[in-house]
Design a protein around this ligand. Sequence first.
Ligand code: PLP
Length: 222
Amino acid sequence: MSIADNIHRIEKELAGTAARLVVVTKTHPVEKLEEAYAAGARRFGENRPQEMAAKHPQLPADVEWHLIGQLQTNKAKLVAPFVHTVQSIDSLKLLRELDKHAAAHGRVINGLLQFHIAREETKAGLTLAEAEEILASEDFRQLQNVRLTGVMGVATFTNDEAQLRQEFKQLGGYFAQLKAGFFADQPAFCEISMGMSGDYALAVAEGSTLVRVGSAIFGSRG
Ligand SMILES: *Cc1c(COP(=O)(O)O)cnc(C)c1O
């Protein structure tokens, strides 16, 4: 199946659900991104800021760039001129840094709070208590150029459907709690980014609004 076939098949599966597709383009050369673009993809996800910054000028301006990998504060300025959403917000420090650079470019950058939902210790993300501490802080309330639009999580790498469902439910629960506690009057806080090539169907069934799919479109990254 071609890149276009894969994108069209997944778009068809998502039609009528709340979920939209983020095409994960990390490690792939620009020609493959152009192929995805020609097939209608407009949301691209990269996990390294340098790689995303290098690809960005080579693609049309209507691409929404989503950073899905860890962003060190000293790399925020690389992506601030163009990034649509940083899905991997894991500290107040990073929010402040993005806010500063976004302001310098006269922009607003969207952010998703990344939560730790997987069993693996190594997977990044906040706890609910840490997120609540950020959101309750005076520092957070001062920020004008970053806007939190939801939550993101990476589930355990497993075929165990019950485990995956439980982790997606957990992230949905975090979203609901934060929405009620901090964003009740903010319709823009609406995104639950969960689901990858191996588990996006389950994630969509559990309420995902953004699925991040790479290898099911491009093949394995080798
Ligand atoms: C690489 C990556 C994906 C896509 O993974 P696939 O299994 O190739 O679909 C999704 N989310 C994050 C955070 C990633 O790093």
